[in-house]
Design a protein around this ligand. Sequence first.
Ligand code: IPT
Length: 955
Amino acid sequence: MTSSTVADYIEDVSPGSGALPPRARYASPDTKSLSLNGSWRLRVSATADAEDDSFAEEDYDAGEWAEVTVPGHWVLQGHGSPIYTNHLYPFPVDPPRVPTENPTGDHLRTFALPSEWPSDGGAVLRFDGVESCARVWLNGTDLGEFKGSRLPHEFAVGHLLKPSGNVLAVRVHQWSAGSYLEDQDQWWLPGIFRDVTLLHRPPGSALDFFVHASYDHTGGEGTLRVDSDVDGRVTVPALDIDVATGESVTVPVRAWTAELPYLYDGLLTTEGERVPLRIGFRTVELSDGLIKVNGKAILFKGVNRHEWHPEKGRALDLETMREDVLLMKRHNINAVRTSHYPPHPDFLDLCDEYGLWVIDECDLETHGFTEQAWRDNPVDDDRWTPALLDRAARMVERDKNHPSIVIWSLGNEAGTGLGLTAMSEWIHARDDSRLVHYEGDIDCRDTDVYSRMYADHAEVERIGQGLDGGTHKRRQLPFILCEYAHAMGNGPGGLADYQRLFETYDRLQGGFVWEWIDHGIKDERYGFAYGGDFGEELHDGNFVCDGLLFPDRAPSPGLLEYKKVIEPVRITGDGADGTVRITNAYDFADLSALTFTWSYQVDGETVESGTLTVPSLAPGESADVKLPEPPTESDGAESQWTVRASLAADSAWGAAGHVIGWGQFPLTARPLPSVSAVAGPALAGRRISLGPATFDARTGELKTIGAIDVTGLRLDVWRAPTDNDDGASWQTDVRFGLLWRKFGLHRMRHRLDGVELSEDALTVRTRVAPAAWEIGFATVYRWTSDGSRLRLTVSVAPEGNWTFPLPRLGVRFGLDASADRVKWFGGGPGEGYPDTKSASLLGRWQSTVDDLQTPYVRPQENGARPDVRWAELGGLRIDGDPEFWFTARRWTTEELDAATHRTDLAPGGTVWVNLDHAQHGIGSQSCGPGPLPQYFLNARPTEFSYVFSESPETS
Ligand code: IPT
């Protein structure tokens, strides 16, 4: 069959026709440019050829058309809707054919040239990103068509321009042959989503150039050579450099690193224009089996960054990009993988300026072919190779002058094949100053780095030890985790354990957390929408919300955990001997930018603080520093030291005082609460009284403590499964979230076996077990009192064969909804779980019940505060023996479990409190390994106590 001629290019495997060769991105103050962003006319058709191309003609009247903002996606502006799939193609796989139903947006705008627009030279029309295929006309002339959504395309248009009344017409198709190459795990979002610009090109302008700026760490000298298509001169005033293009010059310089991003301002002057250069001198090499920059092995503390804005999709403005960079720097992140396409070019300028190591990844993923054992994979079909090479060239040529980019990545999840080899060969030949990465190349045939995703700790350790085998080539290469620690929902767990491995084995050069931000779409119905919320016939639900930031860029607990785990100054020690060890964990910077403070807490309250003098250690060096004498006698109270490292002065990305790293060291231990059982229980009618409390005489259920009503206090082992508890559908390992449901932990029944009054205690015996199974817990609640305080000791003995760990183990109860303000002494200020609590700081904290909640886009277990000594809420004080995990919310665990979006959670008439003796770890099984065994909550005989009393302040 033949397709209509109008649409031939859509299904053509070629990259397109008519565009100029790719080149470096730059702006010259001498040359005029005109932004064509703004309001355009839009007509969306259901198919590619529903309308002819007469709209491109100069006298076309689009007065009836809708309006759309460019840059933008029409599906986020009221025309059609977004689709989310992880790796499944949302159309039949029959490359390069695409469906007849192919939403097509005809975009139209007119423009006049500014009056000062020069009459000489030419002009270029630049598109920075259009998804997925566009055909362009200017003043009725067909300029050509292109694919490669997140890559720039330029057209020569000087000969077509008029002073006014220029008509720019762009036909954008949602689906094209290019879609087969763009199967990234994200929303499918058609549109002109990056800038459109008209650039004047004066005669003698620079065209393309390549800045080569290396650094010789042995002599501290930099070598600069700028190769330019058009001859000219290169000047760098601060270095007294004034050389011809193509000529090398070597002078003493300060190097560029992500930690100390020193940039020199230079100028490339050709006959027609002056081009500002921002030059960073650095040398990237593979040496001794390691990735070295300026002679030193580096450690990536990275994130995978998709471009995301909850209202604008992938149409990001500069301020949002800057916010990303500032948030990264403020959370100790030093590297970004631009998953899975080259970002807006301004983002890379920010990486140069603020300092981040960048893996720039090509716009390539063919993941959906995995469903057919990679048959017909375009990367292994030479008909597609020109398109792949075009993509590689558009990335490298656009971005080659960024010092921040240290590695080029061929793409993501595209299997293997000759097309990838061709890309790698082309990139190596074009730019030998950087390394090449591609995770799918398990033997490292085409790559310079062994890279994996989601490998578990044990495997990473074997790789670190060099015991992983593999090809001879691979065994010589350094290792990175290009993705790990899947940050979906509550988590990721196990970050600290990975970091210990990275810091132990030289070969392990760090990793990139998956991923930076949740791609939730702001939505009136749901708060934030995810896959399936737009009626997609295929979708992957909330798998698109797996970031360290919530969609509105509020940091999640996972980001705070990551910040702590990767802190570049380590503060360790032993409070008892009064010494702390400070270690500089930077790769390049000394500690001169930091100040250190100590503080001393008694029962969590800071009683004194001061500064700590720390030598300005070189990278890798440590020093033992003496703390002052403890300022007070502890008088039997718990005491501890806290030492912090913070910015000594304002920096480009953080204010003076911004905390970089910290450590805490106990000095005297906490005395456990003791209650002498002097008051005995007394039966009076239907009530039993014991000290401040009353109980139901028949059921033994706690009713009141003083004036406070308490409901439903009982053993609780259930938590609303996290995404990591549930695991990913393809996981072959046991997925505990599913087992918990199968074995009915969410529907435990409580059988009353006896209510016993003795001289000094009320004892309630129960068996807690799910219908249909033999497993259960013999659970005994023993209540005692000294008259004013009430002590509960819970003894739990598992019965039957418990073959899996428990979600949680503790008690839950309800308080009146007026309970609001919460105070506690324990871990905080945010949530923490067994394998996510490195960032939990021991101290006195306050919050409200609402603010204790972590608003995961898909609701799930959240908000536990670890290591709590005591907590106060609703007039009640709870002292733990031992410490406990504290959670309070205005809905039940069952309601939390049933909710699919934030908007499903509505406060009820009760505040539900969980006091947990233990919690199961979190892990990363939503796309990786579950919790390590040391974080399992295994069923075993256990006893724990709480002491309840009325707090001096009521809520
Ligand atoms: C991996 C993908 O590279 C990434 O794009 C994202 O989908 C991530 O998983 C999960 O969120 S691929 C996976 C099969 C390991």
